[in-house]
Design a protein around this ligand. Structure first.
Ligand SMILES: C[S@@+](CC[C@H](N)C(=O)[O-])C[C@H]1O[C@@H](n2cnc3c(N)ncnc32)[C@H](O)[C@@H]1O
Length: 276
């Protein structure tokens, strides 16, 4: 193995610097449409306790998958504001909003979660869904979310925990090398999910509660295939596995799928705390 591994930076840190940002817009929209993901959002937004008429900020809103669900909950008397540093993703979010027609309180704003473009106490709730794990120095993002939330309001986060990624394929050692090798090199905090309660408390939030969500994928559709292919592509590039090992791993997942035995799952953790 050579010491000089090609650098790969998590594209979600700066989508607009990617050669094809639209690819990520498509991935986010495809993920949002998965039934397990829709159920996950319902569970998380219920934990957060969004009510009609509230002003809610969705930090790292991407193409607006979560913002749309928030808008439906706050209704026309409330506001669902999405903020994201990617202009390409925001363009997709705005296009979707226009396609749905006027009438709900969705708006989108360009901005970095580490320096949110809002005065203090602007929102009843600030939330971030699968954002924190991508952000180096993510505690700064929690501090900013706390700043823009009114006293008595809530700050809520939902993240994956890539220490819980499971896949039913025969070669366990190879699976560990690919899955753990990818997670360690790719995300700012691959085990983000389990850190959320502690980090919300560190940000000064009170009465922090949490919930675990297990998302299971048993259909080997384009979205799931892209998740596995991307891991193999990067694990090969990082020389964690050989190209032949990567192909063998993908084939074993495809074989399971062809027999109706595909099983993949990942835990997500949600946490919510009250602003002092
Ligand atoms: C995996 S996507 C999640 C998008 C959306 N929350 C969803 O669930 O569909 C991560 C998002 O975090 C955004 N992001 C990355 N760094 C950020 C930062 N410093 N502040 C705010 N958002 C950030 C990315 O642009 C991207 O839209």
């Amino acid at each position: 193995m050579s010491a000089a591994l090609p650098a790969v930076v998590d594209p979600y840190r700066a989508i607009d610097r990617e050669p094809d940002p639209r690819r990520f817009a498509k991935i986010l929209e495809a993920r949002g449409k998965q039934p397990g993901q829709a159920q996950l959002r319902r569970g998380f937004l219920s934990l957060v306790g969004i009510r009609s008429g509230m002003r809610v900020l969705d930090v790292g809103c991407g193409t607006g998958v979560v913002t749309r669900d928030v808008a439906a909950r706050v209704g026309t008397r409330g506001a669902a504001v999405g903020v994201d540093p990617s202009r390409a993703l925001l363009a997709v979010a705005r296009r979707q909003r226009r396609a749905e027609g006027p009438g709900d309180g969705q708006t989108f704003r360009h901005g970095d979660g580490l320096a949110l473009p809002f005065p203090r106490a602007s929102f009843d709730i600030a939330l971030a869904v699968t954002v924190l794990l991508h952000v180096p120095a993510g505690d700064g993002l929690l501090q900013e979310m706390t700043r823009v939330t009114r006293p008595g309001g809530r700050v809520a986060v939902l993240d994956q925990d890539f220490g819980t990624f499971v896949l039913d394929v025969p070669d366990r050692a190879l699976t560990r090398r690919i899955v753990d090798g990818h997670a360690e090199r790719f995300y700012a905090e691959p085990w983000s999910g389990r850190t959320l309660v502690r980090r919300l408390r560190l940000a000064g939030l009170r009465r922090v509660s949490s919930r675990a969500f297990v998302v299971v994928d048993r259909v080997y559709d384009d979205y799931v295939r892209s998740i596995l292919e991307r891991r193999v592509e990067l694990a090969t590039r990082w020389r964690i596995v050989t190209a032949a090992e990567g192909r063998r791993w993908l084939r074993s997942a495809e074989t399971a799928a062809s027999q109706g035995d595909f099983f993949m799952s990942l835990n997500y953790y949600g946490a919510v705390g009250v602003r002092a």
